[in-house]
Design a protein around this ligand. Sequence first.
Ligand code: AKG
Ligand code: FE2
Length: 246
Amino acid sequence: MDFISKNFVYKTLPLRDLIERAAKEENTEYFLNSHEYYYLRSLGSDPRGREIADVKKQFPSIASDITVPKFFNDKDFFSSVFRIGSSGVQLWTHYDIMDNILIQICGKKRVTLFSPDDALNMYLVGDKSLVIDIDNPDLNKYPRFRNVKRYECMMEPGDILFIPALWFHNALALEFGIAVNIFWKHLPHDLYDKKDPYGNKDLVPAARALLAVENAVKQLDVLPEEYRQFYGKRMITALENRFTKR
Ligand SMILES: O=C(O)CCC(=O)C(=O)O
Ligand SMILES: [Fe+2]
């Protein structure tokens, strides 16, 4: 999946049909073409997406099939999300702001992780990396991606991967797959954005800081280009001096 060219569309299907279609490479019933891929990221039942995904609430008859390991306190639970997809679907590299366990239920999946320390090498737009093809990256366009340290694992049914908050991850399904991931709040709850059904909005102080930077950059717009560039560089220096550049 490519969030830049948007090579996907959102459609509705009963869960049974989704599973049947996603498990096959070719389908007689389809939306766009008989070889299309499917990916479900479950949500809450509120169509405006304000309810939080919870397998226990939205899929009560099958929820007890999963035993969630006790990695966190019940009061910190945020959401449990179904991830069901065709073989070959690759989810773009992104970070989430909560600690997370990804439970693989069926199918093989390759998960590639990059440390938050590599944030400057990831070419981020929001929570996503512009480097879509991590196996064959365009190093002319994204030269610093050459420096990243890559961590890779193969997940098989029954495997659980701990994905710490801020760690970039990219998931490539090597077979039709069913997974559930669970996000929880490992920081004081008031730091999290209350209107965040996906669990991927930046922490409140971080979002404020990012907005302040954008506003600061806008202040320079009234200056001649030469000055804008110069003070842009001074801002970069100010930030570089405050944060370790790894
Ligand atoms: O398994 C996937 O398809 C994606 C998993 C993911 O992004 C997550 O657990 O946060
Ligand atoms: Fe994720």
